[in-house]
Design a protein around this ligand. Structure first.
Ligand code: PMP
Ligand code: GLN
Length: 517
């Protein structure tokens, strides 16, 4: 390239003699022979702008430096075209030609990798909830995708937050104890002690976080070392994978596979292959992330299935993170939510996660918890104390009050912990019926509030793009039918996406839903 040669002989190169290709701003491949790269401050920005325009073949070294001095904190080309050439994307650590990535890297404004996304986060930029919610709003679509109710929480829960906010005790409005407000951890201990079949120590065996998301994050970050393998059962709640990779772990996927065909099937028909599951465990396996009732399938794992997982955990000395945010929502006499922590030998190696958002139909409250042996909870606490330190005190206070009342109502018709599932059961059946009538094949869930349905009988001319088929179908539904649902390939590894692409996921807790269909 003429401008590279030009650069090596120019007077400007002499001026920049102290500057050399630096690993901090790019790989040797991305910065060609002799490229001049600044190390710090203005020189750094200047060097990057210089390389950018030089690589585009637009500028000689001399002009680039002159221009760089004038505009080194902005890059109009990037803003205009929304694109960087592939080699510069590598150079910036940006895998995809994606404007939001570039903006998050700060490339358009600063032209410095110092303003860029941390390398460990590269590959986690896309988020299904952000993307689908945005599309739903843009097209004024009914959102039957994202999992939240469109009705109010029970009256006593609404009252509890009003009371907490109006409480004249100043401590209700100040930082709570890091691991959780004493009133709440005591209530959680009281609530779960009978379900776990052992006394839970509120002070050492409970951690309150910002949502179950916060609990998952603290547990994974607190336990996973770089190179540790983490088994994830597919389809999985999408954040598990990025949380594991950001912690330096290696996700190892094992899919539930449908074992029956038919117009209407059950989530119980989706099963793990025992040999395949066993083959994923080895001496490097640190964790398994287990989710029952499962999101998105609604599968409620049976005692037999859990025993198989528990035996493998014990055999290979593996910790189990059991995400049970839909624990109160199971359907039918024969379906029981079992806590894997209650299986023989499992308490010592299990963290059980719950969510006030799901329990009380208040997903915006973002309060979650982890229960487990003090040694494991402490690992999560170490992350939590330097992350959010504590969850909002009035919300903790309100959830404590709400759960206290619920404890007093256990076994009565007023219990929200049992009545919510009773209310959801006809909604589930109704949705299955409506979907079957529309030519889809619903997978009727035993738990949770989502339903997967096979839409492959519906004949739609979808655009031929690189995106998975379910994504293209969902995009079509949002734009043409004003209906937002979730494409389940978001819950699969690249290797197993084909298992999800003939399905879409509906959320059936929303009241308006069936009217819309
Ligand atoms: N786990 C699963 C399986 C979920 O579906 C969700 C979403 N509710 C969460 C965890 C996160 O819950 P929260 O809203 O309490 O952060
Ligand atoms: N857990 C919810 C679901 O599966 C949504 C989570 C979110 O919106 N980030 O729908």
């Amino acid at each position: 390239m003429a401008h590279l040669r030009d650069m090596r002989t120019s007077t400007t190169t002499k001026k920049c003699a102290s500057l050399r290709v630096s690993k901090k701003v790019g790989s040797a491949k991305a910065a060609p022979r002799g490229a001049v790269v600044g190390r710090v401050g203005e020189r750094h920005n200047l060097g990057q702008l210089y390389i950018y325009r030089m690589l585009k073949g637009q500028l000689s070294c001399r002009s680039a430096v002159r221009l760089g001095r004038q505009i080194h904190s902005s890059c109009p080309q990037v803003q205009r075209s929304n694109r960087l050439p592939g080699h510069l994307q590598n150079f910036c650590g940006c895998r995809e030609d994606n404007r939001s990535s570039l903006l998050s890297l700060g490339v358009s404004r600063k032209m410095s990798t110092k303003f860029g996304l941390a390398k460990r986060l590269v590959g986690t930029e896309k988020n299904i909830w952000v993307d689908i919610s945005k599309m739903a709003v843009a097209h004024n679509a009914t959102n039957l995708g994202q999992g939240f109710p469109d009705f109010m929480a029970p009256d006593h829960v609404v009252q509890s937050i009003k009371d907490a906010v109006a409480d004249t005790n100043p401590s209700v409005h100040q930082y709570a104890r890091s691991s959780g407000l004493p009133r709440l951890v005591q209530t959680l201990s009281k609530l779960y002690t009978p379900h776990l079949g052992r006394a839970v120590d509120p002070m050492t065996e409970v951690l309150v976080s910002v949502g179950a998301y916060g609990a998952l994050y603290c547990c994974i970050q607190g336990l996973v070392n770089p190179g540790d393998e983490v088994i994830i059962i597919e389809p999985f709640f999408d954040c598990y994978q990025p949380m594991v990779t950001v912690a330096g772990g290696i996700p190892v996927f094992v899919p539930l596979r449908p074992t029956k065909e038919g117009e209407v099937t059950s989530s119980a028909d989706w099963k793990l292959d025992s040999a395949e599951l066993a083959s994923k465990f080895n001496s490097k396996t640190k964790l398994i992330i287990f989710n029952t009732p499962n999101n998105p399938l609604g599968k409620v794992f049976s005692l037999e299935e859990m025993t198989e997982i528990a035996d493998l955990c014990k055999k290979h000395d593996v910790v189990c993170i059991s995400d049970e945010v839909y624990e109160w929502m199971t359907y039918g006499e024969n379906v029981k939510h079992i806590k894997i922590a209650t299986l023989p030998g499992m308490w010592d190696r299990t963290i059980t996660i719950g969510s006030a958002g799901k329990t009380f139909s208040v997903t915006g409250w973002k309060l979650g918890w982890s229960l487990g042996p003090a040694s494991l909870i402490n690992c999560a606490q170490v992350v939590h104390q330097n992350c959010t330190y504590t969850a909002p005190t009035p919300i903790q206070e309100a959830v404590a009050r709400g759960l206290e009342l619920e404890i007093s109502r256990v076994g009565t018709p007023e219990s929200y912990l049992t009545s919510l599932a009773q209310e959801l059961l006809p909604k589930r059946d109704n949705l299955a019926h409506v979907l079957a009538g529309l030519g889809m094949k619903p997978v009727v869930p035993d738990g949770g509030y989502f339903m997967m349905a096979d839409y492959s009988n519906i004949d739609v001319d979808l655009p031929d793009t690189d995106e998975a088929k379910d994504f293209r179908f969902v995009e079509w539904l949002i734009k043409n039918k004003k209906l937002a649902v979730i494409p389940p390939t978001a819950f699969y590894s690249a290797e197993h996406k084909h298992l999800g692409e003939n399905y879409i996921r509906f959320c059936f807790i929303k009241v308006r839903m069936v009217n819309h269909l």
